[in-house]
Design a protein around this ligand. Structure first.
Ligand code: GUN
Length: 288
């Protein structure tokens, strides 16, 4: 039997529509949600991401401030802009699109964003808060995966007590993903490029989350029958076609549920960014 498809486009639309309604209520109380979006240089993929983020703001009813800076911008200039935005009462969230040009230290930039405006959830203070179970902004992609698990399959996916294997240990997906699944009471394994017997480890999973960045590396040999498979990868195959880390065609015949690429995790990242912006605005207006 073929797996149930978890539709990230549909679920992200639900989340954006919920936010749109809540934002209209906030507006009635005189509160406007504002996101400052900073893009340095002209990386084509980054330009698409930034455009989509600004479009989502428009759809929901947030104000977006756009800072499109030349690739020659110095680190000092960028830090100065961030400092100004940190100090503006009418800015709720600050997003600096990554990657940055090579002469700018990304860590220095992330550290400079006020944790209360860090809607990407990249600041060490927010990562630390997640680690010890305190409230703070959570990295958008792993937060989106949790929503897919909770809202997909008519809410029937059980996380608590289940074996979850995450393949990949990046700071923005794998690591926060493991903490979020732990928070949901899953039994969590983080596998990575040095893991021995990867197929066997993955086969233990009731919930398998692939976040490696290698096209089609998760095959049917990695998947237990009936498992939920979440594909965080966004890769291009040899024909230039967008594809995930999971060999969708063969894994869907074994899995119980699976996310497609595109149309799975991807759209959720922006929806969760929008959710973080809303939460930031509530916090800044003492409404939380
Ligand atoms: N580049 C790729 N993904 C992201 C993201 O989630 N946030 C930012 N700021 N840059 C990115």
């Amino acid at each position: 039997m073929s797996a149930t498809i978890i539709d990230g486009k549909l679920i992200s639309q639900q989340i954006k529509d919920e936010l749109k309604e809540k934002t209209a209520h906030l507006k009635e109380k005189g509160v406007e949600v504002t996101l400052a979006v900073i893009l340095v240089g002209e990386d084509p993929a980054s330009m698409v991401y930034v455009r989509n983020k600004k479009r989502a703001c428009e759809y929901i009813g947030y104000k977006s401030l756009s800072y499109e800076l030349p690739a020659s911008t110095t680190q000092e200039e960028l830090l100065k802009l961030i400092d100004e935005l940190n100090n503006k009462d009418d800015v709720d969230g600050i997003l600096v699109q990554m990657p940055l040009p090579g002469h700018i230290n990304e860590k220095a930039v992330i550290d400079a964003i006020s944790p209360s405006k860090d809607v990407d959830g990249f600041h060490p203070m927010n990562v630390g808060a997640l680690c010890i179970g305190e409230s703070g902004f959570v990295s958008c992609t792993p937060a989106g995966v949790i929503q897919l698990l909770k809202r997909g399959c008519e809410g029937k996916i059980q996380i608590a007590g289940k074996e979850c294997v995450i393949v990949g240990r990046s700071n923005i997906v794998g690591k926060p993903m493991s903490l979020l699944m732990l928070r949901e009471n899953a039994t969590v394994t983080v596998a990575h490029s040095k893991t021995e017997n990867l197929e066997e480890v993955c086969k233990r999973a009731d919930i398998l989350i692939a976040a490696v960045g290698k096209a089609g590396m998760i095959t049917k040999n990695h998947v237990k029958e009936g498992a939920v498979v979440i594909d965080v990868g966004i890769n291009r195959n040899s024909e230039g076609k967008l594809c995930g880390d999971v060999d969708f065609a063969e894994v869907k015949e074994i899995a119980g549920a699976i996310t497609p690429v595109p149309g799975g995790v991807g759209p959720m990242t922006i929806a969760m960014l929008m959710n973080n912006c809303y939460e930031a605005a509530l916090m800044h207006h003492d409404m939380k």
